[in-house]
Design a protein around this ligand. Structure first.
Ligand SMILES: [Zn+2]
Length: 444
């Protein structure tokens, strides 16, 4: 074998191993309420991870980005891709029209990859806990919320995969999904709730109930009135992602009767650490429970937070929460930099965050895939693969558009994301891939 040909992949593998030795420093499970290591708790990964490690790594990277990181990250990836292809074409002296097609192909592939991360169910890390604990999620959504992309069934699957024993379904401003959950799950593993928007500054509350209820009675009230009404109806009123609005002080909310606070939310991760500590201290001093929520909206299937309490059963979860302030909020996450330099070198940053956490087994799979892909792209088969991939994606996106329309119909009263956004988004991507397929055939 020509040594020159394998010099590059071997150098890459050596680099991967060296960077693993230098940077491996995996995240620990921390109870952010106490600030201590979560003794007795651990994370397991679903076996599928080891079969698709590079893809898995990318999905995890995308889904654990802060919400406000998506734009700069996507811009950075696109720039790197376009510049990379430009340099490649310049070195190989490939002509302009083919350069354009390659660039279009790569950018569409990147967008497709991000769409894949958001929409395809790939299970994330699962919490393993001591027997005397239950884990739960007080805040998640299904297609009956306006901005959700997924069904009640997948909501259940997501929570089961991640190791939650029970959860509240808290749609935006309505309670119509609860009856769509299987009867054997209702009030056993799935409990009724609502995320209700108040009259004030867009601020909303999460109300937790022991019994099914009609959410329409809470529409268009002040924060104070929502809390009062919730208490009259024997419900708990929790403040979700307070840092999104910063509208009332903790004490104001306490005076209005708030029953607890979220201190972490997978949808809104950017809560300043010092502010969070203030909230935790306030809650502790006032015997109020604190929670970490997924705020799951169907976009991706990974979480990094679990609220747990000491209990042997999920029955009467709302009553159990009414009696305790002793929650643990277990976080599996390392802080990420939000600096401009991080985004300028985003693909390297992403690699660094990956290598920092990946253990030997994951890395072995990663390297194996690297070798397989390197060998594959040297074969003629890869040319056929690249040729037909646009057509394949085009068909997949048409099917996805059909699926989103199908799951939209029962939730059409409240959902505005499945149709038109996701339906037309998928059709648009199908059209773009089909156009690229035609263009490539013409340009050769
Ligand atoms: Zn929410």
């Amino acid at each position: 074998m020509n040594l020159k040909k394998i010099a590059l992949p071997i150098s890459c593998i050596i680099l991967i191993i060296i960077s693993h030795i230098l940077f491996y420093n995996p995240a620990e499970l921390i109870d952010i309420v106490s600030g201590q290591k979560a003794q007795g708790f651990s994370i397991v990964w679903h076996n599928i991870r080891y079969l698709i490690e590079p893809l898995y790594a990318f999905v995890y990277y995308v889904l654990t980005l802060n919400k406000d990181f998506y734009k700069p990250a996507l811009i950075a990836w696109t720039c790197w891709l376009v510049i990379g292809i430009f340099i490649y074409c310049a070195v190989k002296k490939i002509d302009f029209s083919k350069w354009i097609v390659k660039t279009l192909y790569a950018v569409l592939a990147l967008v497709t990859l991000f769409a894949f991360c958001a929409l395809v169910p790939i299970p994330g890390p699962k919490l393993i806990k001591p027997q005397n604990y239950i884990s739960f999620d007080i805040h998640s959504h299904s297609r009956f919320s306006h901005d959700n992309s997924s069904t009640e069934k997948f909501n259940q699957i997501f929570h089961a995969w991640a190791g939650y024993d029970a959860y509240f379904i808290s749609e935006h401003n309505n309670t119509s999904s609860f009856e769509h959950f299987p009867k054997n799950a209702q009030l056993k593993t799935v409990f009724p709730a609502i995320q209700i928007k108040s009259r004030e500054r867009g601020l909303s509350l999460v109300l937790l109930s022991a019994q099914p209820f009609d959410g329409s009675q809470y529409v268009d009230l002040t924060v104070k009135d929502i809390i009062k009404k919730a208490h009259d109806n024997d419900m708990l009123a929790i403040m979700p992602h307070w840092w999104k609005w910063n509208a009332y002080s903790f004490q104001d909310l306490k005076n209005m009767g708030i029953d607890g606070f979220e201190i972490y939310n997978c949808g809104y991760r950017n809560f300043d650490a010092a502010q969070r500590q203030k909230l935790i201290d306030f809650a502790k001093n006032n015997n109020l429970p604190t929670f970490g929520s997924t705020d799951w909206h169907g976009w991706g299937y990974m979480t990094d937070v679990w609220t747990v309490i000491e209990s042997k059963t999920t029955e009467n979860l709302k009553e159990q929460l009414a009696k305790t302030s002793q929650t643990k909020v277990i976080l599996y996450r390392q802080e990420q930099s939000g600096s401009i330099i991080r985004f300028i070198i985003e693909p390297i940053s992403a690699y660094y965050y990956y290598i920092r956490d990946a253990d030997n087994k994951m890395l072995a799979s990663f390297i194996l895939w690297f070798i397989i892909l390197f060998a594959f792209f040297k074969t003629k088969l890869s040319k056929i693969f690249i040729k037909y991939l646009p057509l394949f994606f085009s068909i997949i996106f048409v099917a996805a558009a059909g699926y989103f329309l199908y799951i939209y119909i029962p939730a059409r009263q409240t959902n505005t994301m499945l149709f038109p956004s996701l339906f037309f988004g998928c059709l648009g991507l199908a059209l773009l891939w089909y156009g690229l397929w035609k263009l490539r055939n013409r340009c050769g």
